[in-house]
Design a protein around this ligand. Structure first.
Ligand code: ADP
Ligand code: MG
Length: 266
């Protein structure tokens, strides 16, 4: 039985000059699923994600999350929309207030949405840090005292502490060293499985997309040109452009059978 959590219909963005950054995109994401969106730089991935996140106003089209109209919502419905979707961006340093401790950064969304009393918030922050593999003492640290990988773990903690319906990630590992990138991807996959998260994961990197996605949408020039299960996209892409992207991967990633997804449990 299908249980659609994210529903995007005819979503379009025309910035004032140039071609449409996103052109008539329609897609659905089911509960517990990770949809990967891949495409070259400038193909419209971030614009699409930001329209879903209510950060860039669409020229046309609709977005619904868990049955709520994201752009039509107001009042308490809008609060529900905001609470239900959390974002992880490429560079958490720019979305963290450098003067706030990690404890304050993690407490902020709980305070905004009046979740729990002080004791409950402290407990939730401790649990969230543990979940992302950071020591409890991290609460007293400041963003600049952490490594890029640690900051991205805090960004993941901040997203999941809200128990959101969906997590939307835009190139969350693209600024990290390759070894750190692998650790953060593994963490993301584990948390997604443990919390049965529904997510959209944007990356220009097809190898990264392969690792986290159940289904994959390939974007080109603002349009989705192919959308299928990750297994089928990698084993037998129907689109020449998708095939060219796969052929451009470094050798260990190219051949479907030699690049297994990490174990994702039953
Ligand atoms: P991606 O995330 O795939 O790299 P973007 O969504 O950032 O792509 O950009 C898609 C297209 O929209 C690009 O041509 C980009 O130059 C253009 N674009 C993005 N943001 C703006 C903006 N604020 N104003 C004008 N054009 C923009
Ligand atoms: Mg982008």
């Amino acid at each position: 039985m299908s249980d659609t959590i994210i529903s995007v219909t005819g979503l379009t963005k025309a910035f004032s000059r140039g071609a449409k950054a996103v052109n008539d995109v329609t897609l659905a994401v089911e509960r517990g699923e990770t949809l990967g969106i891949v495409g070259e730089s400038g193909s419209g991935k971030s614009t699409l994600l930001r329209m879903i996140l209510r950060l860039i106003r669409p020229t046309a089209g609709t977005v619904a999350i868990d049955g709520r109209d994201v752009w039509g919502a107001s009042g308490s419905d809008l609060k529900g929309v905001r609470r239900g979707m959390q974002a992880i961006f490429q560079d958490p340093a720019s979305s963290f207030n450098p003067r706030q401790s990690i404890g304050a950064i993690l407490a902020a969304p709980l305070e905004v949405h009046s979740i729990g009393d002080k004791a409950a918030r402290i407990r939730m922050i401790g649990e969230a840090l543990e979940r992302v593999g950071l020591p409890a003492a991290t609460v007293t640290r400041f963003p600049h005292q952490l490594s890029g990988g640690q900051r991205q773990r805090v960004a993941i903690a901040r997203a999941v502490i809200m128990k959101p319906a969906v997590v939307l990630a835009d190139e969350p590992t693209s600024a990290l060293d390759v070894s750190v990138q692998a650790q953060v991807l593994k963490l993301f996959s584990e948390i997604k499985r443990d919390l049965n998260l529904t997510s959209v994961f944007v990356s220009h990197n097809l190898a990264v997309i392969r690792q986290v996605s159940d289904r994959v949408a390939v974007m080109r020039l603002g349009e989705i040109i192919e959308l299928d299960t990750a297994d089928r996209i990698f084993a037998s892409p129907r689109n020449d452009y998708t095939r060219a992207l796969i052929d451009a991967l470094p050798d260990p990633f190219r051949h479907f059978h030699s690049f297994k997804k990490p174990e994702t449990g039953p």
